[in-house]
Ligand binder design. Sequence first.
Ligand code: ATP
Length: 533
Amino acid sequence: MRTSGLIRSAMPGLGRALAPAGIAGVAGELASIGLLSTATWLLCEAARRPSLAVLAVAIVGVRALALGRGTLRYVERLRGHDVALRMVAGLRGLLFGGLVEGRARLASGDLLSRLVSDVDAGQDLLVRCLLPGITAVGTGAAVVTGIAVVDPAAGLAAAIVVLLAWLGPPLSAAFVSRRTAKRLAPLRGELAAAVADQLHGAADLTAAGAWPWLLRHTHLLGIRLAGNEKSAAGPAAAGLFLPATGAVAVLSFTRVTGPVAAALAMAAFGAVGSALPLVDAAAYWHRSIRSLGRVGSLFDVSPDEQPKAVQGTVRTLRLRSVHCGYGSGDVLSGVDLDLWPGRRVALVGPSGAGKTTLLKLIAGQLAPTAGTMIAGGRPVGPADLAASCRGVLADSHVFHRSVRANLLIARPVAGDDEVTEALHRAGLGPWLETLPAGLDTVVGEDGGRLSGGQRQRLLLARALLSDAPLLVLDEPTEGLDRATAAEVLASIVEATHDRALVVATHDLDAALFQEILDVRDGRVVRRESIRTG
Ligand SMILES: Nc1ncnc2c1ncn2[C@@H]1O[C@H](COP(=O)(O)OP(=O)(O)OP(=O)(O)O)[C@@H](O)[C@H]1O
């Protein structure tokens, strides 16, 4: 999806919503420049000892402008951030809605943290780019017009410097930031990794006496980073001379003299100064547009990946000659598999053979690169499978919430008795009885307060509680002793007699399955059908 379309969908009527903030921004900046000019005029005029009445008007003007400046800036910040936060909320809603409905997908390399910061970049685009842009252009145009009304020659001089300030430093900042961004990002990453190494490996470094080497490496990285950041700040530093240039240009060309000339010079100083935030805006513009482009690309789901009009959920699945991988070549080649309610299939084979990859394909987490996937006589895509399949996979997440909340994610309407039964079936009954807070026990970030085996079985209980017709389990009894593992697996098979079950295991109890697929190097090399009673 294009960035402009993404923004329009996330926040319809953005222009209208942003207008009050833009107007307040320009008015606030004009009040600030008016204050500077009036105060300058007042000081110069006071030296001539005019009547008190003349000065009194200017003094009231200064007070009013000072009050107006603060109030208008407050309104601009309030309105601007309100619109920006609403837009970010809209972007999140759009993205999560798209993910749920299969109109968007996360590429496998998308880290959650990057996704969050990419969405937040929408806020920067409004608050740090668009609003400063509107304020700078509106203020500059209004002040130059004002100066030209008093003295056209001074107006022309001011216009040239203002134009220079609008274009020169921002364009060179955009150019420099584009060039340095390529060097800065890896340098920052390297520095962060070196600092993390020092923190986590402190004991080993001390024991090995390797501190001096790593400290020197970190120090050199810091120096290189500072050097690059300094050159990135060049255009902003050069821009600081421009306001004074504007004032001098007006004083050089104006035909008016005395306090009015000083006031005009200060007005030009302020108008050029109002363009300085454009330097930051230009740097942020590039970054924000790239971030939003990445968010938009998540919506570029090919027609094959979009949910098809399958009637109901996928209950039977036929894979024929399916190939699939992680973007750098196929891991699975030419896999055939048939699933239907009550079908129990075991995947066996050496580590790295492709068992998990096949489970991810069935769960709709990976798209096939070739072959067909048919359900109910129609072709289906990953989104259809994702809606019909639950399971236990290595990257399944445990939420920092209670045991109950972690299970109810699978079926929010389930009662406590069903939740407890699922936990018992997954072999967590004895553990549950030891918990003082029972189902209300909070399990820690990603199940950090659970042992590896307990975490795995909590995920298993969640999958069992769901009413998904397809279940995929990756080593569901890992970490259990043989007797308990056999008991848990038998209980799973009994609980899922009306669904299709695919289990990847290194610890096979053949009697529980109807078909065993031996996977090696991404191919099914042997297929054994077990006759069950
Ligand atoms: N996220 C990934 N990105 C790229 N390659 C991957 C990814 N996950 C797995 N692979 C590769 O795919 C191949 C199959 O891995 P997979 O996890 O499916 O094997 P497995 O049979 O489940 O192994 P194990 O029994 O150890 O879990 C391996 O060569 C692995 O390196």
